[in-house]
Design a protein around this ligand. Structure first.
Ligand code: PLP
Length: 457
């Protein structure tokens, strides 16, 4: 249906180039224009209400309204609406936030650098590692290993870390020097009869073999989301990170934890690193750092990395890296208030209560469904994967776009779902969600799934 002339939808079609969109389809189908939000819900410009099952993009941890964050932004805008952090200029919101992050870090960390997005955080961390190894006189130690199906962003370098085909095809990525090892997904990756522990051992051996093949003197870092998000909500097999970290230590390879989704309670611990037993050298975070009310990201580095960077910067006379908006005072003030709110409302305890409820409810409702191959997740992040053949664990032909069809049907039933690779439907609701709201979210999802089953018959 063609939207009325001069409607928001028509003007969108005429002017906006959307991220992650088939532009030709969009010219016909048009956008869903979201015009307001409250709690875990948003409303479109036609007045239709939706439960946001993915908190936007795994991010609106406090939902879609919060008076304290509005006030924090307003107060900071009145006091100092902009200042930068170049050449040792500073301001209180940035200092407060850096201190709060260091206090909350899962392992001892030394310094915090700020960016505006998860991609910028990971991109900055890549540059820090290259700089660090050059400063240490190890110019060959530069290669970076991540995993197939990882998502670390879309800039030229962070997009090279990402291990998803859509982020590489036609973009001439990944860059040379970025390697990808296997996805730690037991459901698809394990051999018949292989336990989680055996699978984890095999993946650690694979990593070891790749590092040996490349030469440990050329491998700088390994990158990992504690729980992979955009790649399909993949919870690694038992003992995976323990075994991976032993390999990294053996070869003096840095470990970077990408906590852009997992950070700030999503997995039931403050950091995904704590849930998974990860001790990173560098940690990147964003999204829930400011409850996504304003863009801000952070890179925390340990003292070893800081000393290397400090050495290099002293030789050259400056560390030639930083964004105009690094540590921008308004998002920094909002992030400070966000972290205070998390503590004051006991958000972590809340997630520890409702997370297991959501996991159990998802399994009770969907695990036996003929279209659902696997239900997985931890805390308030989960997924159901749709399959054509449950016994053979075989996905549908991607051309049938079954996951996208379920997401579309979800919208008709009042729930915004996110379809990922392999027809996987993600759940990552605002962390404030209640048990009753989880029930409502899953009722709507179940209705959409039944509608899909009818379509597929
Ligand atoms: N890292 C992870 C784990 C993410 O999920 C994302 C975005 O979803 C990013 C990095 C990139 O963040 P941004 O989209 O803010 O650049």
């Amino acid at each position: 249906m063609t939207p009325p002339r001069n409607s928001s939808a028509a003007r969108d079609i005429a002017h906006v180039l959307h991220p992650y969109t088939d532009h030709k389809v969009h010219q016909q189908a048009g956008p869903v224009v979201i015009s307001r939000g409250k709690g875990i819900r948003v409303w479109d410009d036609q007045g239709k209400e939706y439960i946001e099952a993915v908190a936007g993009l795994w991010c609106a941890a406090l939902g879609f309204d919060n008076e304290r964050l509005v006030k924090a932004a307003e107060a900071q805008m009145r006091k100092l609406p902009f200042y930068h952090a170049f050449t040792a200029k500073s301001h209180e919101p940035m200092i407060d936030l850096a201190e709060m992050l260091i206090e909350r870090a899962p392992v001892p960390m030394s310094k915090v650098f700020f960016g505006n997005s998860g991609s910028e955080a990971n991109d900055s961390a890549i540059k820090m590692i290259w700089y660090y190894n050059n400063a240490l006189g190890r110019p060959r130690k530069k290669k970076i290993i991540s995993r197939l199906k990882a998502y670390h962003g879309i800039t030229v370098a962070s997009g090279s870390l990402t291990g998803l085909p859509a982020n590489h095809k036609l973009f001439d990525l990944p860059l040379p020097g970025f390697l990808h090892v296997s996805t730690p997904h037991h459901y698809h990756g394990a051999q018949p009869g292989e336990t989680e522990e055996q699978f984890a051992t095999r993946l650690a051996e694979e990593l070891d073999a790749v590092i040996q093949r490349e030469g440990p003197e050329t491998v700088a870092a390994f990158w990992a989301e504690p729980v992979m998000g955009a790649g399909g909500v993949i919870v690694p097999p038992a003992t995976y990170f323990e075994k991976i970290q032993a390999v990294l230590r053996k070869h003096d390879v840095l470990l970077v934890a990408d906590e852009v989704i997992c950070g700030f309670g999503r997995t039931g611990s403050y950091w995904g690193c704590q849930t998974m037993g990860i001790e990173p050298d560098i940690l990147t975070c964003a999204k829930a750092l400011s409850a996504s009310f304003l863009p801000i990201s952070a890179v925390m580095i340990n003292d070893k990395v800081f000393q290397g960077i400090a050495e290099g910067s002293h030789t050259i006379g400056t560390w030639g890296h930083g964004f105009t908006y690094s540590g921008h005072p308004v998002p920094a003030a909002v992030a400070v208030e966000t972290l205070r709110i998390y503590d004051e409302i006991g958000l972590l305890d809340h997630v520890r209560r409702v997370g297991p409820y959501m996991q159990k409810a998802l399994r009770a409702r969907f695990a036996d469904h003929p279209l659902v191959g696997e239900v997985r997740g931890v805390g308030l992040i989960a997924a159901i994967e749709l399959v054509e053949d449950k016994a053979a664990r075989r996905n549908f032909d991607p051309a049938r776009k079954v996951g996208l069809r379920l997401a579309k049907l979800g919208e008709e039933h009042g729930v915004i779902l996110r379809a990922l690779i392999n027809d996987t439907i993600a759940f990552s609701p605002p962390l404030i969600i209640t048990e009753a709201e989880i029930d409502a979210m899953l009722d709507r999802t179940a209705a959409a799934l039944e509608a899909l089953a009818v379509q597929l018959r």
